[in-house]
Design a protein around this ligand. Sequence first.
Ligand code: CP
Length: 366
Amino acid sequence: MFDQSKIHPVLRQPVVSRDGIRGIERPKHLMEAVEEDAEPLRSLAGMHVVSARQFDRQKIMQLARLAASYETQPDLIHPPLRGKILVSAFYEPSTRTRLSFESAWHRLGGDIMSITDPNTTGIAKGESLADVGEMFNNYGDVVVLRDNGEDSVYKMLDSLRIPIINAGNGIDEHPTQALADIYAILKWKPEFGNGGLPEEEKVTIGIIGTPNRMRTVRSLLLLLSLFSESIRKVFIVNPSFDVLDADQQEELERAGLKLQKVQKLRDILPEIDVVYINSIAWVGDSYETLTGDIKLTSESNLKKGAIILHPLARGEELDESLDGTAHNWYFSQARGAVFIRMALLTCLVHRINLVVDSPVEQLEDD
Ligand code: CP
């Protein structure tokens, strides 16, 4: 018999389930709160997804409902993407986006070709992105692209005859991260999506970040503007005031968001229901971090019941002491990204009729 005391304690029992993650029980509530309507989902078939501006509230609510149904029952008996191929092209580092897209596609039964270094393709020999896109048409059914150039995704659009998803283009946009963010908010409070909460229940949001330099924040603000009737106010917390471009602010306010820039977090933290914090902006081949002493810990003066979201990766701004608290919704947010991406991918490749309760007679492409 080996000396059992030499075995690490964690190895003495099976791995625990993920029940500790906040919100894990919530998808069912969300599913029940939203009535199924397959039409907004069908309208996504064959679409490129480049900007958060391409979504409306109905599409988001139905995507969230479908995501919740996948999250409630992740082991699919009839995976709807069997026979489909994803081209996963990530020309910039990624943990969550690449792996959650690939996990989503695998869970739906499809196959994947993954490129993580453009220099292993003809791009190293000067091949244009348009020509690479032309080739992708022959190899796959959807392309997911992350590139530090804002215009790379647009350079591929003209030659692509299969949908492309922008998985982060420089400092511009990251629309599917914003979908994952909204999905987390909807699981926390399904009524948020009902077209306007009563005044006393409206949600105050605090975004710690730089909306004109961070693609996650830029896309999230656009999607939040679709829910402005449920939002009391959005604080933009940043030591600098130069964080919103004039046209960006004008567009968001015209869409109904009430924005207020503040430099110090502690002044407004006790008012905030949803804290969204991000400190990294990818710029070119490197990244910038939020300056100043902004840091959330379990000792921070958070409102009771407040949730914290973070697109991750985190730095010192989000202390690990929060991980075991009820404020931690950032792990649930990252987990939910798999399911909201499953929902979106199902729609893009015309397979929505295989998973909704109200299929039409004829499948579009089968
Ligand atoms: N949220 C996000 O974009 O994370 P990754 O950079 O790890 O993909």
